[in-house]
Write a protein that binds this ligand. Structure first.
Ligand code: NAD
Length: 489
């Protein structure tokens, strides 16, 4: 395959035991905004995973015996180094993923930096439990220790952001890791590897193996020396990972898809709600697991909401992701764009109304982006709750708006999907937002805002949206093994 490509292609290498190692075969990676192959990603399999797990296992005794403070200093150093190269990382993320440069600059890379700083700090502040049993003359306490080699598998939508959300807590707790980013977005992980030595991360503590889920991902999931797997991706892949890891009884953290509702009551402040809900529907091309895709609006304000919402959505500019004035970049791949478009077609065939975007408005693209995977923000109304557009995760710039009458009714309808990741409630009535938030089947509920996160608190989904939570305490618990010790005096 090497001869088929011009020299100028970026060629990635696996990072194993502190060294970059070439691979015997490669996969093409596309620039979604032009449709051109621009990078070659190692097509790793069992052999590469085996070498990476061995390196991680060898590095474990020394890394796990370092004090939390020593590890914390290294994580902070790594954060500084990524921040120093923020612009280069943002450019790479935008080119590799199709996301806008503005989103990469303001969300993806700053958050990757923050992930390291956050866990560098939080690891210093954990306390374990202790109880006394005076009548037995005993005290009990718990101690926590790192588990070993952690397998980390991440998706393509927020590449470095989500990968570092796993690497940071895993190594802060004293584990060593083998990470496998998505084969479609591997570049920023590879760039991060170049900074590890300078940050003081010893060889073998962070290993990155690039390749597909079916080959590299499964080899990692099936490896007997990897006792825990932290996975973010689709529900379908999570089922496969659960099956493949079952013979080893592995510890799993699964952060999966969503079909997130926004509920807009008639006393909502629409001047806040509308721009935020447009953002929650279309940010990062709608390719965020937390994006809103079902908007329930109380009947009294339904037509006003629709009118204002569509007008706001039309303000979002779609085009070359490297243009800082652009709001919507390219979708991840040709296949994904086709899948997202098909949902709009299906909705139309069922009698729903497409109010703006796909098939309704013209999409004008710069000459260099004609072959890119672009699509306009699309708003669909009058969709039935049982329609696939209201039930399945679309993961693109498509949102459905429907009317409701009562609180009771909307809770039932909002809960009427297999997913349960994030919900948004808009109302000026404090009693109501609490009441509704408690009854929604959702791991996260935002009221009168969206995507405001405190990393201290649990993140994760219910139902088909996942198993387990991540956050300061939750990640610490996931990435450590607890022991209860009883002392009789
Ligand atoms: P995906 O499940 O196709 O792939 C995710 C990762 O798993 C990739 O690295 C892939 O190579 C790997 N993989 C695929 N098959 C595998 C297998 N059999 N064994 C091991 N690894 C395998 O997901 P995607 O398309 O990359 O990402 C989009 C999905 O991720 C959406 O469903 C989205 O909602 C979800 N997501 C969830 C969260 C969250 O925190 N809940 C965050 C972001 C994305």
């Amino acid at each position: 395959p090497t001869m088929a490509h011009p020299q100028a292609l970026l060629v990635l290498e696996n990072f194993i035991g502190g060294k970059f190692v070439p691979c015997s075969s490669y996969i093409d990676s596309y620039n979604p905004s032009t449709g051109d192959v621009y990078c070659r990603v190692p097509d790793s399999g069992k052999e590469e995973v085996e070498a990476a797990v061995k390196a991680a296992k060898d590095a474990f005794p020394v890394w796990s015996s370092k004090s939390p403070l020593e590890r914390s200093q290294i994580l902070n150093k790594l954060a500084d180094l990524i921040e120093h190269d923020l612009e280069a990382f943002a450019q790479a993320e935008s080119k590799d993923q199709g996301k806008t440069i503005t989103f990469a600059r303001t969300v993806d890379i700053p958050r990757a930096v923050h992930n390291f700083r956050f866990f560098a700090s939080s690891i210093l502040h954990h306390v374990t439990e202790c109880t006394e049993m005076p009548t037995m003359g005993c005290v009990h306490y718990t101690s926590r220790a790192p588990v070993g080699v952690a397998g980390l598998i991440s998706p393509w939508n927020l590449p470095l952001y989500l990968l570092t959300w796993k690497i940071a807590p895993a190594i802060a707790c004293g584990n060593t890791v083998v990470a496998k980013p998505s084969e479609m977005t591997s570049v920023t992980a590879w760039m991060m590897c170049k900074l590890l030595e300078k940050a003081g991360v010893p060889p073998g503590v962070v290993n990155v193996v690039f390749g597909t889920g079916a080959k590299a991902g499964e080899a990692l999931v099936c490896h007997p020396d990897v006792p825990l797997i932290s996975f973010t991706g689709s529900t379908l892949t999570a089922q496969r990972i659960t099956e493949r890891s079952a013979p080893h009884c592995k510890r799993l953290s699964l952060e999966l898809g969503g079909k997130n509702p926004a509920i807009v009551f008639d006393d909502a402040d629409l001047s806040q709600c509308i721009p935020t809900t447009v953002r929650s529907s279309f940010a990062n091309q709608g390719e965020i697991c937390l994006c809103t895709s079902r908007i329930f609006v109380q009947r009294g304000i339904y037509s006003e909401f629709l009118k204002r919402f569509v007008a706001e959505a039309k303000k979002w500019k779609t085009g070359n992701p490297s243009d800082p004035t652009v709001d919507v970049g390219a979708l991840i791949s040709k296949e994904h764009l086709e899948k997202v478009r098909n949902y709009v077609k299906k909705a139309q065939a069922e009698g729903a109304r497409v109010l703006c975007g796909e098939g309704v408005d013209p999409l004008a693209l710069p000459p260099g982006n004609q072959k890119g995977y672009f699509m306009l923000p699309t708003v669909i109304a009058e969709v039935k709750d049982e329609s696939c557009c209201m039930q399945e995760e679309i993961f693109g710039p498509v949102t459905c708006v429907v009317a409701f009458d009562t609180e009771e009714e909307v809770i039932k309808r909002a809960n009427g999907v297999k997913y349960g990741l994030a919900a948004t409630v808009w109302s000026g009535n404090v009693g109501r937002v609490h009441r509704v938030a408690h009854r929604l089947q959702s791991g996260l509920v935002w009221t009168n805002c969206w995507l405001v996160r405190d990393l201290n608190l649990p993140f994760g989904g219910m139902k088909a949206s996942g198993i387990g939570r991540e956050g300061a305490k939750d990640s610490y618990e996931f990435f450590t093994e607890v022991k209860t010790i009883t002392i009789k005096h």
